[in-house]
Design a protein around this ligand. Structure first.
Ligand code: GLC
Length: 590
């Protein structure tokens, strides 16, 4: 299947590392600073010197699909509020909610018609405030999605802009003359297919849109646009949001001289010639904007964060997103997300690279989101998917990083694309069918229980159907099964909170030449035990000869903390460590 968001996707997020903790936030005390560590033999007091997000687990919520509270078949804010206890019990510190602003919903919210209001479909501003305050009571921070690259064509700014060539808002968007009659200004292509230029007969010019034609690009070279957008950020910061996930941020600028993008061999899923987005992506001015956004975030107390969605081609490009600790704190790592095969050498190399990024930035890992098929299918082999789901959970949650989960991955939700073209909701699936089925498959409703619509909604018809796999994979059933994917996530999430080595230990790969098994230490020498993580990425048992003495480990075997499947009594002897197929081991060593 060709996915719309392969390697160089348009997903973008920004985050920069704070070297010094800013004191506890009066607006939203950080969970790590206020939550006593849970009990257990490795109980730890959080290091109050760290900014809250450094140890946080962030959970992405696609609001249309999480919980419907009013029976219209679409999820909403009160629905999210009603599920906060679930998120707290799971071990989540922050939720990122994809756009809930008023929108004609051409791109399901990523076409914003008002940056400082709530779409009535999702509720009211009072519902939003209640969500933030109820979340705060549970030590959960709320992160908004911010869509700076483009607005909706229905935004009053664009309506004004298109009304005449002399309107004061004309220059808020990118308007150009065509090359000739019926000819766009150049060959730039929309990420969602065909020309990126749309002719507007009212003023006889073209406007630029990196995404759908209903999503005109804002002109970030205009200082008034910047001021308006930064004021929108301030609006939400004042309401207590902990930060922003910044959408498609590498697309903010285009070459002012309109050079054609280079054409490369082949055609995309829409039948267009393949091009390199050389003149429309990652222009250096992006970093100037990120620095300005960071300064806006720092006007507010409590270590507000910026997360960038930027599908950078390699780690050195990704590293630039940290700036000099003055851009984003958390750039989403699409390199790791999109390895798309269980390859110990690939993960080892990429994890090492990010770990050693020259900016010293905090890694930010994820595997699934609302734009790409779920990890259960992308990493599963069709036979051991549930076991592999646990392996991916350990891979996400045990390295030194701020992990980002996508709703439903904790119960092993799978991708369920529409079977018929007429059922497709996502416009890219309508344009690209059948080669590109769109993103509906990874946006299906959350599977809570075995009741009607799996507990998501009381409606006759939900906006996307609940997959039949919900009968088996749902929160209620999995909560009762100690061996379920959900129970495994809970155990590892709880361990992250209580285990000093997982919080503060350095990340060191071991057994580095193993082609099948990824092993690493979270080293905490001199301060307590270290943690050894062993992940067998192959379908056959593997035996490993660990030599950890050079890392200061004196033990001859590891003490099992979490393992799936459970290992026998002699399996964890370091000199002769036996791992079952796709086995996961997390153990303590001294
Ligand atoms: C980002 C969003 C995606 C959206 C696109 C355009 O990549 O994650 O869902 O379609 O931006 O806003």
């Amino acid at each position: 299947m060709i996915t719309m968001f392969p390697k160089r996707a348009c997903r973008i997020l920004v985050f920069a590392v704070l070297l010094h903790a800013i004191g506890p936030a009066p607006v939203f005390p950080s969970p790590q600073q206020t939550t006593p560590a849970t009990s257990g033999k490795r109980t730890v007091q959080r290091n109050s010197g760290d900014p809250w997000w450094r140890h946080a687990v962030i959970y992405e919520i696609y609001p249309r699909s999480f919980q419907d509270s009013n029976g219209d078949g679409v999820g909403d804010l009160n629905g999210i509020t009603s599920r906060l206890d679930y998120l707290r019990d799971l071990g989540i510190d922050a939720i990122w909610i994809t756009p809930i602003y008023p929108s004609p919903l051409v791109d399901f919210g990523y076409d914003v018609a008002d940056y400082t209001a709530i779409d009535p479909l999702y509720g009211t501003m009072a519902d939003f405030d209640r969500l933030v305050s109820e979340a705060k009571k549970r030590n959960i921070s709320v992160i908004m999605d911010f869509v700076p690259n483009h607005s909706s064509e229905q935004h009053p700014w664009f309506k004004e802009s298109r009304s005449s060539r002399t309107n004061p808002k004309r220059d808020w968007y990118i308007w150009r003359d065509g090359k000739g009659p019926g000819q766009p200004p150049n060959n730039w292509q929309s990420w969602f297919g065909h020309s990126a230029w749309q002719f507007d007969p009212a003023t006889n010019q073209y406007y630029y849109h990196h995404f759908y034609k209903e999503q005109p690009d804002l002109n970030w070279r205009n200082p008034e646009v910047r001021k308006a957008m930064y004021d929108a950020m301030r609006f939400w910061f004042k309401r207590g949001v902990a930060g922003f996930r910044i959408d498609a941020v590498s697309r903010l600028f285009e070459d002012p001289d309109l050079h054609d993008d280079p054409i490369v061999p082949g055609r995309n899923a829409y039948g267009d010639p393949n091009i390199l987005h050389k003149y429309t992506d990652n222009l250096p001015e992006v970093h100037e904007v990120l620095r300005e956004m960071r300064r806006v975030a720092e006007e507010f107390p409590g270590s507000r964060i910026l997360i960038s969605e930027a599908d950078e081609p390699n780690i050195s490009e990704l590293t630039k997103m940290y700036g000099k600790n003055d851009e984003v704190q958390l750039p989403m790592d699409f390199q790791i997300a999109d390895v798309n095969k269980l390859s110990a050498p690939d993960f080892r190399r990429l994890l090492d690279e990010v770990e050693n990024n020259p900016a010293g930035g905090q890694p930010h890992y994820f595997f699934s989101n609302h734009d790409q098929p779920r990890q259960w299918d992308r990493y599963g082999d069709g036979e051991h998917n549930d076991q592999i789901a646990k392996l991916m959970a350990a891979l996400l949650l045990t390295p030194r990083a701020t992990p980002l989960m996508y709703f439903g991955e904790e119960i092993g939700m799978r991708t369920t694309p529409p079977a018929r073209q007429e059922d497709v909701q996502d416009p890219i699936g309508k344009i690209g069918w059948p080669e590109e089925k769109g993103r509906d498959g990874e946006r299906t409703p959350m599977q809570w229980d075995k009741t009607k619509n799996s507990g998501f909604s009381s409606a006759q018809r939900t906006w996307l159907p609940v997959p039949s796999s919900a009968a088996e994979y749902n929160v209620e059933s999995e909560s009762r099964d100690p061996n379920s994917i959900l129970s495994f996530y809970k155990k590892v999430l709880a361990l992250r909170r209580t285990e000093p080595a997982l919080q503060h230990g350095s990340y060191v790969t071991v057994d580095r030449d193993n082609p099948f098994v990824l092993s690493f230490l979270r080293k905490n020498i001199g301060k307590g035990n270290s943690i050894l993580v062993v992940l067998n990425m192959s379908a056959v048992p593997q035996t490993i000869k660990f030599d950890l003495a050079s890392h200061g480990i004196k033990d001859s075997s590891a003490e099992q903390v979490i393992a799936s499947p459970q290992l026998g009594p002699d399996a964890a002897v370091l000199a002769h460590f036996t791992m079952p197929a796709f086995g996961v081991f997390i153990g303590a060593v001294h």
